[in-house]
Design a protein around this ligand. Structure first.
Ligand code: HEM
Length: 408
């Protein structure tokens, strides 16, 4: 890493976690393409919208972390292959093959058919919170909703949802506990191992008792025509569980917090429910759950804004910085639910564009509509500065807890 890397102390602070947008603005203006040191790994950051969009489709920025160079070791550490060698970490044609096997299940028409069940899960979670007059919205609602939906889609038996949730939460919240880093790393590794074993066992069990779910379809792809290997079956299942709940949960938390801290926008949405689809895109642009897209690797020297990113570098495309670029969005730091729906990068761009976009939008629509309708007087239960967030070094932007109160 060169001398003028942005030091970790500038980016990975509590202040940055609370509000990264002033730092992103400075980088976008002064150093739109720059090396950064982070507690996890050193990388390059691209912060302007046009560069970010171009980088997400740049074939010189590879997603193949398990190819030559073993870049996954720097990013995920050893023993990560069993879970992380999946479509998100591969390039075409491997990527095309891995994605095609599951893309049908996430097609808009298939997802639309899930609407009544998603509404049922939402109502059930709200029914449980309602009599209390208060809730911790992450654990009581934002996390269990997408977790239940993705587990049901995959075919994870209901009695196992909590176990899977507990393991994924160890991974999600790492860096935020008071445990020494070494202990925390060990806990994450153990959770990953348990998830790996769990899914491998589940696949075995489902072979003996086939079902009409995504894991069943994946088993078919292995057994019928060998489109998928046994190992890829497990890594795909893990990716879908993780990608299918983490970002949606963090998005719901961020969205509710944004609305509660912008009461005039909340009122606008209550008064104009037909704004909801556009509001969801604006809330995602305003404070998305994946601040930096998953890592890319420069397969050769690559130039952006006249700056050379050397071959072999890890490259982060700062989605949340790009989504606040004033060259693309007027008054970008303002939450404006009436903003004309411009193409933001919240769901990515190019071949890795979010596979679950229809599901995410549908869950968010049903969830936000129901929260506003059924929890009158919804407000923050603590001052906003006391809302606990995931640490700045987390790859996700989200809340650890979101205490709220409402009329019981
Ligand atoms: C608000 C919620 C969500 C957001 C903001 C989001 C965002 C994203 C983004 C930005 C990417 C591209 C990452 C990159 O290029 O590095 C992505 C990929 C992906 N997302 Fe989502 N996502 C959400 C919900 C979901 C859901 C519900 C699923 C369901 C399974 C899902 C599954 C995936 C998968 C499998 C990929 C990898 C696609 C590929 O590599 O071809 N996501 N998501």
């Amino acid at each position: 890493m060169t001398e003028d890397a942005v030091p970790a102390g500038e980016l990975y602070t509590d202040g940055f976690a609370a509000d990264p947008y002033p730092t992103f603005a400075r980088l976008r203006t002064e150093r739109p393409v720059c090396p950064v040191s982070s507690p996890r790994f050193d990388s390059w950051l691209i912060t302007r919208f046009d560069d970010a969009r171009a980088a997400l489709t740049d074939p010189r920025l590879s997603k193949d972390l398990y190819g030559p160079g073993q870049h996954y070791l720097r990013i995920f550490g050893p023993n990560s292959e069993g879970l992380n060698r999946n479509m998100l970490n591969s390039d075409p044609p491997e990527h095309t093959r891995l994605r095609r096997v599951v893309s049908q299940a996430f097609a808009p028409r298939r997802i639309e058919a899930l609407r009544p069940r998603v509404a049922q899960v939402v109502d059930h979670l709200i029914d449980k919170m309602l009599p209390q007059g208060q809730a911790e919205l992450m654990h009581d609602f934002a996390i269990p909703l997408p977790m239940t939906v993705i587990c049901e889609l995959l075919g994870v038996p209901p009695q196992d949802h909590d176990r899977v949730l507990d393991w994924t939460q160890v991974i999600r919240t790492s860096g935020s506990t008071r445990r020494p880093p070494q202990e925390e790393r060990a806990a994450v590794q153990e959770a990953q191992l348990r998830l790996h074993h769990y899914f491998a066992d589940l696949v075995r069990a489902k072979r003996d008792d086939p079902a009409d779910d995504i894991i069943g379809a994946l088993i078919d792809a292995v057994d019928r025509d060998g489109t998928l290997s046994e190992a890829e079956l497990v890594t795909t299942t893990f990716l879908l569980v993780f990608a299918g709940h983490q970002t949606t949960a963090d998005f719901l938390g961020n969205a509710v917090l944004a609305l509660l801290t912008h009461p005039e926008q909340l009122e606008l949405l209550r008064a104009t429910p037909q704004l909801l689809p556009a509001a969801i895109e604006e809330l995602l642009r305003f404070d998305g759950p994946l601040p930096v897209a998953s890592p890319r690797i420069a397969t050769e020297d690559v130039e952006y804004q006249g700056v050379c990113i050397p071959q072999g570098s890890i490259v982060g495309v700062a989605i949340n910085a790009a989504n606040h670029d004033p060259a693309h969005f007027t008054d970008p730091d303002r939450l404006d639910l009436r903003r004309v729906r411009g193409p933001h990068l919240g769901f990515g761009h190019g071949v890795h564009y979010c596979l679950g976009v229809s599901l995410a939008r549908m869950e968010a629509q049903i969830a936000l509509a129901a929260l506003l309708r059924r929890l009158p007087g919804l407000r923050l239960g603590v001052p906003v500065e006391e809302v606990r967030r995931l640490p700045a070094a987390s790859p996700f932007r989200g809340l650890l807890e979101l205490p709220v109160t409402f009329a019981a």
